[in-house]
Each structure stands twice: as structure tokens, then as C-alpha cells.
Design a protein around this ligand. Structure first.
Ligand code: PEP
Length: 251
């Protein structure tokens, strides 16, 4: 039985004041203990959030980490070890905004996935196709290729402590959500690809859906057999909405 998970990606949002308000509003939410919950603030606000949510069962993650491990001369980067040392548990790897806007290749994403695990973080590996790729009928090929890079480089055992998020690029921040059936088709294909390497590991990996998840569509998405929760962007900045999504995952 896979424990559902809801992750909130706060992206490049927030000031100290607005983050303090969001933490306060999260603290008064009724959050189901059956659901693993994590938030991913900007790296500037990680310490503030860790200090603010520590008596709630909300874990904190980073939105990215360096592909290099440890400490040293790499201006502007933050290593998995540094995030882990301050108390982060998770890190997003390969979010489409990093792949498409910042030019991260499958190979870089794969290196970051390994760096995360070596440095003591659990990666949430993000996969997803663009609208053009979907319209060309290439969704499963693209997502399969993105997953294969990590699977081939690090093996199936690396997925025992990782989560995968399927996030169609056309659904992110657009208000266009994949239908539960569209999302389920891709999730099933991801699990099948993992299963070809090791059935037991594949059955245990949590597959989150991301792309305009909201309180009013979460329950329907989470009811699908291979959707184990959500990676939530915009709606995670509103505590009430995020709380309702977490409760939907717990039902
Ligand atoms: C995301 O960026 O990970 C995301 C899912 O965003 P949104 O929920 O705003 O579509």
C-alpha cells in the first residue's frame, strides 16, 4: 500500500512576510496524518519554513540542487548536503521549468538525481511532455526517455527512495488539467517501465500528478489507480486550497 503524498512547489514566490503568513495559515489546517506532505519554498526561505512548520508533519524540500556533491568552488549553487544539513528531506529534480527555461538536459537531471541521494535527500523526479509533443502523439516516448536516462544511469534500486511526478508541461500553471484518464495512462506506463526492471520496487514507487491541481479536481485525479498524490504549484500558495488537496489525498 503506497502512502499518498502531496508536495507544494512554491517556485520563485514569497517574501519573508508572505512566507510567515503562509506558514501560519498552514499550521491551522487540518492535515491528514495518512498523507505525506512536503513544501518546497525558495532556497532563501527554506530555513524560515523549517523553523515554522516543525511541530506539524510537513517536511521541507529544495526546488533544485547542484549536480555536484559536497562543498567547494561552485558559485551560486547549493549542494544536496547543504540542504540536508539544515533539515531538508526532499528535492525536486528536473522540473520542466528547469529543463525548458534553464536548459537542463536529461543527463544533468540524472546527475542531480544521484547527487540528491548521495547528499542525503530524497528526489522527486519530474517528467512531462510539451503540448507539441502530446499533439504529435509522443507523450509516452518523451516521458519514457526522461525516465530511462535515470533508470539506466542509476538502476531500479535508486527508485526505492525516490518519488516520480508526472507533470505535463501544457498543464502547468495554465489552468488546463490533464483528465484523470490522460494522467492515469502515463502513470501506468511509468510504472510498467519500472516494473520491467523490478516489479516490487515499481509497485512501491509513488507517482504524483502535477499540472493545475486544485481542491476541486484533486479527488478525481487521486482516485485513479496509479496516481498516488500530487505536486501542486499555484494552489500550494493558498493554505486553504493546499489543505483541501491534502485532505482529498487522504480520502
Ligand atoms: C508545478 O509547477 O509543479 C505545478 C504543478 O504548477 P501548477 O500546479 O501551478 O500547475
Amino acid at each position: 500500500m503506497r502512502r499518498p503524498m502531496v508536495a507544494g512547489n512554491w517556485k520563485m514566490n514569497g517574501t519573508r512576510a508572505s512566507v510567515a503568513e503562509l506558514i501560519e495559515s498552514l499550521r491551522v489546517q487540518a492535515l491528514p496524518v495518512s498523507v505525506e506532505i512536503a513544501v518546497f519554498p525558495s532556497c532563501l526561505h527554506v530555513a524560515q519554513v523549517l523553523g515554522g512548520v516543525d511541530d506539524k508533519h510537513v517536511a521541507v524540500g529544495a526546488q533544485d540542487c547542484a549536480a555536484q556533491n559536497g562543498f567547494g568552488a561552485l558559485t551560486g549553487e547549493v549542494s544536496a548536503e547543504q540542504f540536508a544539513e539544515v533539515g531538508c528531506e526532499w528535492v525536486l529534480v528536473g522540473h520542466s521549468e528547469r529543463r525548458l527555461v534553464l536548459g537542463e538536459t536529461d543527463e544533468v537531471v540524472s546527475r542531480k538525481f544521484l547527487a540528491a541521494q548521495v547528499g542525503g535527500l530524497k528526489p522527486v523526479l519530474c517528467l512531462g511532455e510539451t503540448l507539441e509533443e502530446r499533439e504529435a502523439g509522443r507523450t509516452l516516448e518523451v516521458v519514457g526517455r526522461q525516465l530511462a536516462q535515470v533508470l539506466d544511469d542509476h538502476g531500479i534500486a535508486a527508485f526505492e527512495s525516490a518519488v516520480i511526478a508526472y507533470e505535463p508541461v501544457w498543464a502547468i500553471g495554465s489552468g488546463l488539467t490533464a483528465t484523470p484518464e490522460q494522467a492515469q495512462e502515463v502513470h501506468a506506463a511509468i510504472r510498467e517501465q519500472l516494473s520491467r526492471q523490478d516489479r516490487q520496487v515499481a509497485e512501491g514507487v509513488r507517482l504524483l500528478y502535477g499540472g493545475s491541481v486544485k481542491a476541486d479536481n484533486a479527488a478525481e485525479l487521486f482516485s485513479m489507480a496509479d496516481i498516488d498524490g500530487g505536486l501542486v504549484g499555484g494552489a500550494s500558495l493558498k493554505a486553504n486550497e493546499f489543505g483541501a488537496i491534502c485532505r482529498a489525498a487522504g480520502n
